[in-house]
Design a protein around this ligand. Structure first.
Ligand SMILES: [Zn+2]
Length: 260
């Protein structure tokens, strides 16, 4: 997803965001990607999703035996997706060690679209997803392109350090005393309000009546929308959507104060 400031905020390729090896291995050796845990419960085959809208630029089927790190075959079954360029440089995401591939070269995919299932093909110590982000053909630290909703499998896992590019998020909302926030956006078009409604549905806010909208003009062409009180995580998703819709300027964020 591209933010209003031109930054690319990629979506997580798995539903579970557990990092087992970072941009540098725990040994300190460079890894050039991240590994994500896929073995949860009794299956390691997890749906893998495209990190952003794009076009499938390559797929590779593993030959079933090559594990040599110098060979592309070490990635096992692999998908590469090319996205809109970032600051004039080609942006590509790579998904490796898959058990199966659901897309074809040249196919257009949407952010969040299923592209395959995780597995243990290629040069692996066990089932996991290896994820890379390449900018201008050079591998970069994937964690600098993703939001910070992840956990690390151990305290040794490298995340990212000073000087590494990080997505500049839209302005942070004020911190709330109890962590809850209310977002009010006025004068949204019906289409924009619909997008917020859909996100609120996804976040399961409707059943708790945490999404309220009312028409803001006599002709029913604009709406005032209120979301909350919600957690800062949910608030961030709403603010990111408003930013994507280009209406963050119409929104205010209120911290919910403790009654005491
Ligand atoms: Zn890896």
């Amino acid at each position: 997803m591209r933010l209003s400031n031109g930054e690319a905020l990629l979506a997580w390729p798995l539903a579970q965001h557990i990092i087992t090896q970072g941009w540098r291995y725990n040994s300190g050796k460079s890894h050039n990607g991240i590994d994500m845990r896929t073995v949860i419960g009794n299956t390691s085959m997890r749906p893998v999703y495209s990190a952003e809208d794009g076009t499938v630029s390559a797929t590779q089927v593993w030959d079933g035996h090559t594990k040599d790190e110098r060979s592309m075959q070490s990635y096992g079954n692999r998908v590469d997706i090319s996205h809109a360029s970032y600051k004039g440089k080609a942006l590509l995401t790579r998904y490796a060690h898959l058990s199966s591939i659901c897309v074809k070269v040249g196919q257009k995919v949407k952010e969040g679209q299923l592209i395959g299932y995780s597995g243990a093909t290629g040069n692996v110590y066990g089932a996991h997803l290896h994820f890379e982000v390449l900018l201008g053909g050079k591998r970069t630290n994937p964690l600098t392109w993703l939001d910070d909703a992840y956990i690390v499998a151990s305290s040794n896992v490298y995340t990212y350090g000073p000087g590494e590019h990080a997505v500049e998020r839209p302005a942070d909302a004020p911190a709330a005393v109890n962590g809850l926030q209310i977002i009010k956006a006025t004068g949204l078009t019906n289409a924009q309000a619909w997008e917020v409604y859909m996100l609120a549905t996804k976040l399961d806010l409707l059943t708790m009546q945490l999404y309220v909208a009312k028409f803001a003009d006599a002709n029913n062409t604009t709406q005032d929308v209120e979301v909350g009180p919600v957690t800062q995580g949910d608030a961030k998703q709403v603010l990111t959507l408003l930013d994507k819709l280009g209406v963050q300027g119409k929104a205010t964020v209120e911290a919910v104060q403790d009654a005491a």
